[in-house]
Design a protein around this ligand. Structure first.
Ligand code: GLA
Length: 732
């Protein structure tokens, strides 16, 4: 890994063993792109890549008389001079002009990676990464723009963000500030997005890229289930096993946009950052604005390789604290078993049976506080309800600890019900527009987290209840989109700052609670997977993946999630049948066979299953305890897509390749079909592996495959839907 500055040509070459990222000062003093792709040799001057060949109807720079931004790759372009594509940023000066021109002033290259103020970001020490900060200036605007690039030693990854600084005295308005723009010299790509809705999150969808644009976005105040701030652009022939692709992930949990824009000269522009709609940031003299971080990864070996890069990067350089690379406790959550209708006795009866099965952690879900007996009341009043918990959290925790179980609970700190003491006391603390109605979502309003005093108050309440008992885990929920986004604490000119300030408030509350309770495992949640993004992983190493706990739907949701996020982050539970969301009945074996490729837990009353099923549960937990390290942190490969056929499959392989676990699932049985083979991946071709008492070389298993005859006999292809098969392969 290195970052070289070529003084003569004014070019930078960031490289490691896998990739080269070359940029340079362009003929008009800005920063232009030169090359991004597989590692190439370093050269003093790559200016031949700069195009000076003009075309009709193209605007050119008046000094050079030939250089047009439109005909060259840009790194962080503005609209208004010679670039007509979507701009990375836009500034409005006091005279109303929106034209800007930032030119190179100086730069710094150093080892390591600084953190971002108040924002989540990947981190690395001086051996693991190098950073380049290029400072540009616009003399008329009296502003600087710092473009920041980090290259990691061991990953084909560049992270980027930008910082605007007002060096003058007059107030300027930043009306767009994306995190990164990446111009590519050709357009021969497809776009992959991960779209969905509540209970059907992150479903992969592929589209052809051509002249024009394709984009995904959220304007809900959260990253959302509808679109995810992770996208892939891939060559048309690229699949999970071969081919080039670039992945872009935004380390941010609020409104975002990700866009690919093909121009009419066959080039492609990729952009990612905070959504510019409803965004205006006021910069008074001396003030700065820092964008969130975008992570750009590339592969020339297929999408599994790309996903593995994100998995490893996020496990090793985004997740922090005690739970980094730590196998996760097997939990039981009472939500689907009781909803809000519980008391301590009921909880203890569920917990006791779970403990007997080997469960390690009890999670008390919604309904333990204030007047929270249904979803019309109580949010905001973070005090135990004495009817349900006569001795409070502390009393319940003591009883669970005495059983030998750890304890955690549910919170939804960003919300308030109109029917709550908090709202009655502070109606001005919600996001709302004076004189207008406030839309409700699940009968609740959104607290104005752009106001420090609101965050401080919630922090105080939560600190008390968390600190008052031995708490090992917190499920942090967020169950509605933001509407009527207006802060009563800000003046008219500042209202465009509310969305972003709100999410900064969420991050600051997370940061304070993590600082106070460093051993607690946080799981983020937002009506399931409505805020499943890299930003959240910086605070909460795992996320409730979806409220849809149906194992067959979950295969699709977890499969889609795996493109951008590690298995260690995928909250997955075994729930009751018929499933509460889909009505489908799936064998308990398959429910566990899906959930074990995630953080694993139960979300049902184990008193209500048969003795035979209970014995299976005990065995599932024993299996998970033995293999969770591998299942959550091993190298994961998608093998067979649930979107393409009647079976789905995946595998995790240990780093030394001596052990692997694969899962094969029948989504729909096939009559009169040959058993066929499942080709595995990631094994050592020369190692002999034991599977079902027989021995196979890795190359056999990867090129011929596992015969599915046994599965056929067990019904996988002959008449039983939803059967599955999870097998451990061990090198001899
Ligand atoms: C959301 C979550 C669920 C559960 C409920 C509680 O829907 O996704 O898992 O916690 O809230 O109200």
């Amino acid at each position: 890994m290195n970052i070289i500055w070529h003084n003569q040509s004014k070019q930078f070459h960031l490289y490691n063993e896998k990739i080269s990222y070359i940029i340079g000062v362009n003929p008009v003093g800005g920063i232009g792109g030169i090359y991004f792709g597989r590692r190439i040799h370093d050269k003093e001057d790559m200016s031949y890549v700069v195009n000076r060949f003009s075309l009709p109807n193209v605007a050119v720079d008046p000094d050079t008389e030939s250089y047009s931004m439109e005909l060259n790759l840009q790194e962080y372009p503005a609209f208004g001079t010679t670039d007509f594509g979507t701009q990375a940023y836009e500034i409005e000066l006091q005279n109303g002009s929106r034209v800007s021109s930032f030119v190179y002033r100086d730069h710094k290259i150093f080892s390591g990676k600084p953190s971002l103020a108040g924002l989540p970001a990947t981190y690395a020490n001086e051996q693991e990464a190098m950073t380049l900060e290029i400072v540009l200036e616009d003399e008329i605007a009296k502003m600087t723009l710092t473009l920041s690039y980090t290259i990691f030693a061991d990953y084909p990854v560049i992270t980027r963000h930008a910082v605007f600084h007002n060096e003058g005295v007059s107030r300027t308005k930043l009306i767009r500030a994306l995190s990164a723009c990446l111009d590519l010299p050709d357009q021969d790509y497809e776009w992959m997005q991960f779209s969905g809705a509540w209970a059907r999150e992150r479903i992969p969808e592929t589209k052809k890229i051509s002249a024009g644009s394709v984009s995904v976005e959220s304007k809900r105040g959260t990253s959302s289930a509808n679109q995810n701030p992770f996208v892939i652009v891939k060559r048309p022939h690229t699949d999970d096993f071969a081919g080039e692709a670039i992945g872009l992930s935004l380390v941010y949990s609020g409104n975002f946009i990700a866009k690919a824009e093909g121009d009419c000269f066959g080039r492609l522009r990729l952009l990612m950052g905070i959504h510019p709609d409803r965004f205006t940031w006021i910069l008074n003299g001396g003030e700065s604005f820092e964008t969130p971080e975008a992570v750009i990864a590339m592969t020339s070996e297929g999408l599994n390789d790309l996903s593995q890069t994100f998995h490893e990067l996020y496990n090793n350089h985004l997740v922090r604290g005690k739970w980094k690379n730590e196998p996760r406790p097997i939990l039981i959550n009472n939500w689907e078993a009781t909803y809000m209708d519980f008391n301590e006795e009921r909880i203890l009866s569920i917990a006791k049976r779970a403990k007997e099965a080997g469960v390690e952690l009890f999670v008390l879900d919604d309904g333990w506080f204030g007047e929270r007996n249904d979803d019309y009341a109580g949010l905001g009043d973070w005090i135990e309800n004495p009817q349900k918990l006569p001795q409070g959290m502390a009393g319940l925790a003591r009883k669970l600890n005495a059983l030998g179980m750890k304890f955690g609970f549910w919170i939804e700190p960003e919300m308030v019900n109109p029917d709550s003491n908090l709202y009655r006391r502070h109606p001005e603390w919600v996001l709302s527009v004076p004189g207008r109605k406030s839309s409700l979502g699940r009968h609740q309003l959104v607290l104005d987290f752009s106001r420090e005093e609101v965050v401080d108050h919630i922090y105080g309440m939560l600190k008390k209840v968390i600190g008052g008992a031995p708490i090992s885990y917190i499920k942090w929920d967020m169950n509605r989109s933001l509407t009527e986004v207006f802060s009563l604490a800000m003046d008219a000119s500042e209202q465009g700052m509310v969305y972003h300030k709100h999410i900064l408030g969420v991050y600051s509350l997370y940061e304070r609670l993590i600082r106070d309770f460093p051993d607690i495992l946080f799981e983020s949640c937002s009506s399931g997977g409505n805020r499943y993004d890299a930003g959240m992983l910086y605070y909460a190493p795992q996320a409730w993946c979806s409220d849809n706990t149906d194992a067959i739907d979950r295969i699709r949701i977890q499969y889609g999630t795996s493109y951008g996020y590690p298995l260690s982050s995928i909250g997955a539970h075994v729930s009751a049948v018929p499933n509460l969301q889909t009505g489908r009945t799936v064998p308990i074996e398959t429910r566990a066979n899906v959930a074990c490729f995630g953080t694993f837990g139960y979300e049902l009353d184990l008193n209500k299953i048969t003795e035979e099923e209970f014995e299976q549960v005990k065995e599932q937990i024993r299996f998970m305890k033995e293999y969770r390290g591998l299942l959550q942190f091993g190298t994961f490969y998608r093998l067979k897509s649930p979107f393409e056929g009647d079976q789905a499959a995946w595998i995790v392989v240990s780093k030394d390749k001596k052990i692997a676990i694969f899962g094969l699932y029948c989504l729909r049985s096939n009559v009169n079909a040959l058993p066929g083979f499942l080709k595995l991946a990631g094994l050592d071709p020369d190692m002999a592996y034991v599977l079902d008492d027989a021995e196979y070389y890795g190359d056999e298993l990867m090129n011929i495959g596992v015969t599915l005859t046994k599965l056929c006999q067990s019904g996988l292809t002959t008449g039983k839907d939803f059967v599955s098969y999870v097998k451990v392969l061990e090198a001899r």
